[in-house]
Design a protein around this ligand. Structure first.
Ligand SMILES: [Zn+2]
Length: 359
């Protein structure tokens, strides 16, 4: 798979934008995308599309989908995460007072060899991350969700998930009555070293489940544990009951890094290759690894993902930032960028596929 390098620097107006704040990002996208934003919004007033997001785990699909929604508005586009939908229905099916009402709704859309009760059993008995929910039930749940909202563009995250599900994506738009709307794959490349580092330094709040990263995306509150000689983060989500108190903790298994999800990574890689070779559905390709030798020619300094080195002084913790340099899967030294720049790339490609470049 050949992921093209996106030149964001060519779109520069010379200003620096705050990519970590929604207001700053709005100005950033307006500056770099210009009239393309209104053109795509106008397209979505009369049309829609279905985008299947495919990437290795930890690529940041959910973050990019939410940011795209930030630009286009939630009335025009919806992010459907199969994982979130399965968790939601797990809760609904587990609640005995709601069980029958939920079954009645799903029944209308379900068709498959297993009885609906057996299929629901696979949700109720599912363990950890290993999803063994029958595809037929996933399709029914997606159809319930799609039927319950006004027609909008859909970003689907989690279908296809296995190679035997890939053929469903060829016909999914027919299944949900989006027959005349364009569909496309959104493939996001992310190297193994990047995934490993994102996992090893990930920290999560036990109450609000906000996920941060000690080295790449810390919360506002950093503290130092003198006993263990370790820096740690405290929740800075101002709607969380643990704001300013909860110490963010690693998730179980994160200390093993990418090793713990090796099998899943191989499966995701294979799936992306299959999608890229499918005829009849175009692909948008987002590259995360930019060779260090050209990084500063195609990215502005403030767009390059920084890595934080902490130092403790007599009365403060000092954060020193440098470009995060890692090796891609071919062993080439690379940089990557903040989420907003991934989304800028995604938006530009979506625009040229759906609206076309006006000259
Ligand atoms: Zn919290």
């Amino acid at each position: 798979m050949d992921f093209p390098i996106f030149n964001s620097k060519a779109l520069s107006d010379g200003k620096i934008y705050d990519l970590h704040d929604p207001a700053g990002r709005k100005l950033y996208f307006e500056s770099k995308l210009g009239s393309k934003i209104d053109e795509l919004k106008e397209f979505l007033e009369h049309n829609s599309f279905i985008g299947y997001m495919l990437a290795r785990k930890m690529a940041g699909k959910g973050t990019y989908a939410k940011m795209l929604e930030e630009i286009l508005g939630s009335e025009g586009i919806a992010h459907l995460s199969v994982g979130e939908i399965v968790r939601k229905y797990h809760g609904l099916f587990a609640d005995t007072s709601n069980y029958q009402a939920t079954v009645d709704v799903v029944q209308r859309y379900y068709r498959g060899f297993l009885s609906l009760e057996q299929a629901i059993g696979s949700i109720l008995n599912r363990t950890t991350e290993k999803v063994s929910v029958p595809t037929e039930l996933i399709l029914a749940l997606l159809k319930v969700e799609i039927a319950s909202m006004p027609k909008k563009a859909l970003l689907i995250d989690g279908l296809p998930r296995t190679s035997d599900q890939i053929s469903y994506s060829l016909f999914f738009r027919d299944l949900v009555n989006y027959r005349d709307d364009p569909d496309l794959f959104i493939l996001i490349e992310v190297s193994k070293e990047l995934i490993d580092a994102r996992l090893r330094h990930r920290l999560v709040c036990r109450d609000c489940h906000t996920s941060k990263n000690l080295l790449f995306n810390p919360s506002k509150f950093v503290a130092y544990d003198t006993v263990n000689a370790k820096y740690y983060l405290i929740c800075d989500n101002n709607v969380c009951s643990g704001y300013g108190k909860n110490v963010l903790m690693p998730k179980e298994g994160d200390d093993q890094g990418i090793q713990a999800i090796d099998e899943r990574i191989e499966q995701d890689t294979e799936l992306m290759e299959m999608a890229a070779n499918l005829q009849g559905i175009p692909s948008i390709m987002i590259r995360s690894s930019v060779p260090l030798s050209i990084a500063h020619q195609v990215l502005e300094d403030y767009e390059i993902q920084q890595k934080i080195n902490y130092h403790i002084t007599k009365d403060d913790i000092v954060k020193e930032k440098t470009d995060w340099i890692f090796k891609d899967d071919k062993g080439i030294e690379c940089c990557t960028m903040y989420s907003a720049t991934y989304v800028l790339n995604l938006f530009s490609q979506l625009h040229s596929l759906l609206v076309g470049d006006k000259t």
